[in-house]
Design a protein around this ligand. Structure first.
Ligand code: CA
Ligand code: CA
Length: 173
């Protein structure tokens, strides 16, 4: 066998080795891709929204288009595994306005039995954020619930809990 033949054979073997390395690299990267795609799908399904809800900054919201009294609305949100909506800051107020889009909805707050002390009805925590319209609240012991007019910026009104309005349910994602 000539030296030339030997070199040629070595060259062919070298080229095959390079091809094999390329193939392995391709297989590995495809495998990584499969893994990451699977991971993403599992992550998405882990935070799936409840039916009819929209996500805004880590909170799921759903406008419930039924006019009901305060206690019925509150119970209906519980039945969905959520709470009636209550904005905790300006940003959340803006979300409620966007979702309500001009309609009146209940907010999860009352001042019964301590007139003038507004609290979260579900947790009994005194509210640190309120958004009263002027000159509300003005109804004394005759108005112990809160209606939000989503058309305006300063939009809370104290009103009788026996009125009927639409409502928004929310839950933390
Ligand atoms: Ca009151
Ligand atoms: Ca009032």
């Amino acid at each position: 066998m000539s030296v030339l033949m030997l070199m040629l054979m070595l060259l062919v073997l070298l080229m095959k080795a390079v091809e094999n390395m390329k193939l392995m690299k391709f297989v590995n990267s495809s495998f990584d891709h499969c893994l990451s795609t699977d991971h993403v799908q599992r992550t998405i399904s882990g935070v799936k929204l409840k039916e009819g809800f929209v996500r805004k900054n880590g909170i799921g919201y759903r406008l419930m288009q039924y006019s009901v009294t305060y206690s019925v609305a509150r119970q209906a949100c519980w039945n969905l595994g959520t709470n009636m909506s209550l904005p905790k800051n300006e940003k959340e107020s803006q979300y409620i306005r966007e979702i309500g889009n001009g309609v009146n909805v209940w907010a999860l707050a009352d001042d019964d039995p301590h007139e003038g002390i507004w609290k979260n009805t579900d947790t009994d925590e005194v509210l640190t954020y309120v958004n009263w319209a002027t000159p509300e609240p003005n109804g004394g012991t005759g108005e112990n619930c809160v209606r939000v007019d989503t058309l305006f910026i300063n939009n809370w009104i104290d009103i009788s809990c026996s009125h009927a309005y639409w409502y928004i349910c929310q839950y933390r994602l």
